[in-house]
Design a protein around this ligand. Structure first.
Ligand SMILES: Cc1cc2nc3c(=O)[nH]c(=O)nc-3n(C[C@H](O)[C@H](O)[C@H](O)COP(=O)(O)OP(=O)(O)OC[C@H]3O[C@@H](n4cnc5c(N)ncnc54)[C@H](O)[C@@H]3O)c2cc1C
Length: 462
């Protein structure tokens, strides 16, 4: 994979910004036609090494060069993957489809057959992302106790089936030989060497170039202007929002803030007896009929992130269709200038995420599930694992690192991600997910990119 500097006089038929879960898929599919020149710009480093892809690590600590950190109003930070593979290179390796009912609000063209075939490219037994469930013998002690508890109480999905159910779902993981199968390994690596695909790492795009209502290219933070027949933003929900906010906003019809959805999470912690060899972070979950995902994390997060001693694992209770809301803004640096239209910031600073308080009914449903989880941890199934008297429901409501839906298909983008009222601009990443989904977003973001990439490659768009 070549990574020369990008120069100011370049033109490509397609300029893709961001080599994450979606961007790698688009780059591979659009460069199959040797007559189409594709430039993929990624702000982070090249392919992550095997130490980063090791499933026993969550490489998101303060010293990681593979993540970008973004402040959240509560004082926490959220992280996003950077470098070839983006968040797919550093995430939990959970690769579950959404439920088929989650597609009800999607625009025309996303029928069950289309969605199924795009998912199958990724998660068939011989699919691109090397997806499979853990075998019974591979389950950790917490996952075994969790499945033993819930299998007596809720329906259980056959582990060979790909569509999740309301009930107990053994997680499908995207990994091979203990390493995350990243979007870059699955899609970019095989395309390396195509003369019409140029991948430039360490190239951060600062804004879009806009003439009238047409996006004509991008400008890097280094000041290089690159023109493109079409610009496709795959910078992730927060990265894409930042680019829209930094670009001429009137033309793009974006205001001073961009709204996002987020899966908020309550955690119930417990003291754990004994230490076991680390397993993949998330091997099994329950999806409830009221839109909550109960996540059985295999061990203490600290063991995955910093290699700490562990001993304090958590169970997560995430509001999935009971989604949280938030917005992203650019911080303001320096005093504003008063103008007839209001105050114009003197300079725009870094990206900020602000999560809104949860809807009270959603919060109540999640706290009630947290009580159920505390009861589960006190049950006989967890008797060998949980230190008596150690179960604590954390009062802080956290995030799942899943922001999505700032430019939803069917509202501000069409069913293939083209931005309404703007020529030459398409968005294909978590930003365009139009509904929250009962499972995590990774498999569905890639599924979306597969289908859109195939349609664009075939020229099926006007
Ligand atoms: C720590 C963590 C754990 C997660 N675990 C799971 C999980 O187990 N299962 C699940 O379903 N989901 C999980 N997710 C969410 C899932 O990984 C993401 O939703 C998905 O990868 C998003 O894909 P994307 O293509 O939208 O963006 P990303 O994969 O984040 O890609 C965006 C890319 O754009 C680049 N970029 C951004 N701005 C610029 C710019 N200005 N110029 C150039 N390049 C730019 C970034 O560096 C990055 O490489 C997790 C997320 C995180 C952060």
């Amino acid at each position: 994979m070549r990574s020369p500097d990008v120069s100011g006089s370049e033109h490509s038929d397609v300029v893709i910004v961001g080599a994450g879960s979606a961007g790698c898929v688009l780059a591979e599919k659009l460069s199959r036609d040797g007559a189409r020149s594709v430039l993929l710009l990624e702000q982070g480093p090249s392919f992550p090494d095997v130490g980063i892809r090791d499933l026993r690590r969550l490489p998101v600590g303060a010293d990681s060069r593979y993540v970008t950190t973004i402040p959240e109003r509560s004082g926490q930070v959220v992280v996003r993957g950077r470098g070839l593979g983006g968040s797919s290179a550093i995430n939990g390796g959970y690769f579950l489809r959404w439920h088929d009912t989650d597609f009800a609000g999607w625009p025309a063209g996303w029928d069950r057959g289309t969605v199924e075939s795009a998912y199958r490219e990724l998660d068939d037994p011989d699919g691109t992302m090397s997806v499979r469930p853990a075998a019974d013998a591979e389950l950790g002690a917490a996952a075994s106790a969790f499945e033993s508890f819930w299998s007596a109480r809720v329906p259980v999905r056959d582990v060979a089936h790909r569509w999740p159910i309301v009930g107990l779902n053994r997680v499908l993981g995207n990994h091979l030989g203990g390493l995350r199968m990243t979007a870059a390994e699955a899609y970019l690596r095989p395309a390396a060497g195509r003369p019409n695909l140029r991948v430039v790492t360490g190239a951060r795009v600062g804004e879009l170039l806009v003439r009238g209502r047409t996006v004509t290219g991008v400008r890097t933070v280094g000041g290089a202007d690159i023109s493109g027949g079409e610009v496709i933003l795959c910078a992730g929900t927060l990265g894409t929002a930042e680019l829209l906010l930094r670009s001429p906003q009137g033309a793009l019809r974006v205001g001073q803030t961009v709204r996002v959805g987020e899966h908020r999470e309550i955690q119930v912690g417990y003291g754990r007896r004994g230490v076991e060899e680390l397993k993949p972070l998330l091997q099994t979950v329950v999806h409830t009929d009221d839109g909550v995902e109960i996540r059985c994390y295999s061990d203490d997060f600290d063991r995955y992130i910093s290699g700490g001693a562990g001993g304090r694992p958590v169970i997560g209770i995430a509001g999935m269709t009971r989604a949280g809301r938030g917005e992203v803004t650019l911080g303001v640096v320096g005093p504003g200038v008063v103008a007839p239209g209001g105050v114009i910031p003197a300079a725009r600073g870094g990206l900020r995420l602000s999560l809104a308080p949860l809807d009270p009914a959603d919060a109540a449903a999640m706290w009630s599930r947290a009580d159920d989880v505390a009861d589960m941890l006190a049950s006989t199934e967890f008797g060998d694992l949980v230190v008596p008297g150690s179960i604590v429901i954390d009062p802080v409501i956290r995030t799942s690192q899943h922001a999505w839906g700032s430019m939803p298909m069917g509202e501000t983008t069409d069913g293939l991600g083209a931005v309404d009222g703007v020529r030459g601009l398409r968005i294909v990443d978590g930003s365009i997910l139009p509904t929250p989904g009962r499972s995590g977003p990774h498999a569905t973001t890639m599924m979306m990119a597969c289908r859109i990439g195939d349609d664009l490659a075939a020229g099926d768009h006007a």
